[in-house]
Design a protein around this ligand. Structure first.
Ligand SMILES: [Zn+2]
Length: 116
């Protein structure tokens, strides 16, 4: 259940932002989530509803976009998608090196708010 602390943080950020911009009601929250973050959309909305109750974000919809996991080759510095199907790539697409570093896929961002 690691969605809960993530959603706590998100609710905290959007309420602070709303206050700063004198927003009265938040309709939707657009999020980008790395495909490796293992956040379940259903649980995220569930926790969001719970944590945003009686705030200006009550009833807001989470709209979630997935970010593809990417790797960078330490040898040739090229970047490429980390997965082919469900298995993670072990060699660089360009030079075949195995010195690969995951550079995205675990992160999450609040892209923007839809508000009144
Ligand atoms: Zn390479």
């Amino acid at each position: 259940m690691h969605e809960l602390p993530v959603i706590e943080k998100i609710v905290d950020i959007i309420l602070t932002t709303a206050q700063k911009h004198q927003i009265n009601e938040i309709r939707a929250v657009n999020l980008e989530i790395g495909e490796l973050s293992h956040l379940e959309e259903e649980w995220m909305q569930h926790y969001f509803d719970y944590l945003s109750k009686d705030t200006i974000a009550q009833g807001a919809k989470l709209k979630i976009d997935k970010i593809q996991a990417k790797m960078r080759c330490s040898h040739c510095q090229n970047e490429f998608e980390a997965y082919s199907g469900s298995s993670v790539k072990k060699n660089c697409l360009f030079c075949g090196s195995t010195e690969l570093k995951l550079i995205s896929g675990n992160e999450y961002y609040i892209k923007n708010l839809e508000a009144i």
